[in-house]
Design a protein around this ligand. Structure first.
Ligand code: ZN
Length: 129
């Protein structure tokens, strides 16, 4: 697996982009992902990205995350060649899956999340591009 992106929950995308711009990042592609109720911006870092995530509603996964834990690193995303195969493999290995089947993520990728209870508290996303 390769690192695909690191998802970072932010309360305000424009403010976050201003800070990352001052850190030296070029402002990346912005997108709305209705399935996850977020606005995202992808900032290239090597062959992967930082994915800034601003919740569009308080009652959304990222909105609830910010309400309970504040802004910051939200998930790690690993790139896989065949997401169905990997999900099946992890299911058989006993991992708890949030998504049994892939859904549509940013950039038209197919994504699925593993439950953080099985991964030492870190939310992990699988991505097939
Ligand atoms: Zn992600």
């Amino acid at each position: 697996m390769k690192m695909d992106h690191i998802g970072i929950a932010v309360a305000n995308l424009e403010e976050a982009l201003a800070i990352y711009s001052r850190l030296g990042f070029a402002s990346g592609q912005q997108e709305i992902v209705p399935a996850q109720k977020v606005r995202t911006a992808a900032l290239a870092i090597g062959e992967s990205n930082l994915e800034l995530l601003e919740p569009m509603e308080e009652d959304s996964p990222v909105g609830k995350f910010i309400a309970s834990r504040g802004q910051g690193v939200h998930h790690l995303a690993f790139r896989v060649d065949n997401i169905e195969e990997k999900l099946q493999e992890l299911h058989v290995a006993g991992f708890r899956l949030i998504d049994r089947k892939p859904r549509l993520g940013a950039g038209g990728a197919r994504v699925a999340f593993l439950h953080p209870q099985g991964t030492l508290g870190t939310l992990i996303e699988l991505v097939e591009r």
